[in-house]
Design a protein around this ligand. Sequence first.
Ligand SMILES: CC(=O)SCCNC(=O)CCNC(=O)[C@H](O)C(C)(C)COP(=O)(O)OP(=O)(O)OC[C@H]1O[C@@H](n2cnc3c(N)ncnc32)[C@H](O)[C@@H]1OP(=O)(O)O
Ligand SMILES: O=C([O-])CC(=O)C(=O)O
Length: 376
Amino acid sequence: MAEAKQLSGAGLRGQVAGETALCTVGKSGAGLTYRGYDIADLAEKAQFEEIAYLLLRGKLPNQQELDAYKQKLQSLRGLPAALKTVLEQIPKDAHPMDVMRTGCSMLGNLETEQDFSEQDDKIDRMLAVFPSIITYWYRFAHEGVRIETDSDVDSIGGHFLELLHGKKPSELHEKVMNVSLILYAEHEFNASTFTARVCASTLSDIHSCVTGAIGSLRGPLHGGANEAAMELIQKFQTPDDAESGLMGMLERKEKIMGFGHAIYKESDPRNAIIKQWSKKLAEEVGDTVLYPVSERCEAVMWREKKLFCNADFFHASAYHFMGIPTELFTPIFVMSRVSGWTAHVKEQRENNRIIRPSADYTGPADAKWVPIEERK
Ligand SMILES: CC(=O)SCCNC(=O)CCNC(=O)[C@H](O)C(C)(C)COP(=O)(O)OP(=O)(O)OC[C@H]1O[C@@H](n2cnc3c(N)ncnc32)[C@H](O)[C@@H]1OP(=O)(O)O
Ligand SMILES: O=C([O-])CC(=O)C(=O)O
């Protein structure tokens, strides 16, 4: 069993900032569980909607509960006219994560959470409508079409692909999206989830918590790394090319996106799972470049730095093989992680105290007031 990473230093590393019953990360060095269930089992056997239910309602649904839940989510995919109007104003060159942030915030204006008793309905609405928000904007901005956001596909992942491509996804693509959404659903006190919990601790509304979390996820050190990883691997024509490119980057002490982790020491358990699906997709599309390049990056980073691929690295090639534009990679993370964020918001609200840590002061002491006309 892998050793746990020694956690200390800046960035609150290793400090316990609260309790959760939702998830364990790296408990035995490499493990990941959602409410006690191992991620490998969940990724193999579950539907994403079952995982959302597990996180949000506290138990796995039975068949009847799952059917009703999926039906409810399917009925909530429509966009209000005022939200469509706002999305149509956002320029084509906007980053889709900014579109998600605005879309979520606008939804909070139109369907405001008036009372915490409404939280489950507001959360279900976000889960259902986020794929509609991003694909509506994307296709309007890039193709000039106003799409219908309803579809017969009953899974969130399949629905997203259908809206994006305007046709039913293949079984394989729907399956990979399902696995991907499960892998990204929840990860304890990561930066974006902690953002959501801090916001929740002020007793703010659920859309504010999620809007803030989207902003935190956007950065390349967190969710934005899947896009950055794609930009990296696309630069290389062959594995040898990748090897010399990476060696140069390491020499220049550049960060290699999609590698390393704040908590895991030797591996991220999500990587082996998405890597295997990326390989299947590479075979399907007859890829002879991106997958071998990605594998070489993995080998070089481990050999040179003992750094391993995190969840983001092989997601890049997997999404690319399914024809998903690179700038939509992190919004997919949002479509999934909204389940984890909101489960944390619910947990925070159940046992709340405002989150307010202290700081060590490093500024000047006893500064004397200088009238403005005497200042240099
Ligand atoms: C789904 C997710 O959000 S997973 C994370 C996605 N983010 C990325 O892939 C971005 C690239 N990775 C990183 O920047 C980091 O590994 C993080 C942000 C994920 C974790 O940061 P930390 O906890 O500070 O990393 P850690 O303490 O393990 O770093 C140890 C050393 O390895 C270096 N290192 C860590 N990751 C990388 C990397 N990807 N490339 C190059 N060097 C790295 C650090 O700079 C540090 O070196 P130093 O001691 O000389 O400063
Ligand atoms: O846990 C973290 O710090 C980042 C991460 O992998 C995630 O949020 O999925």
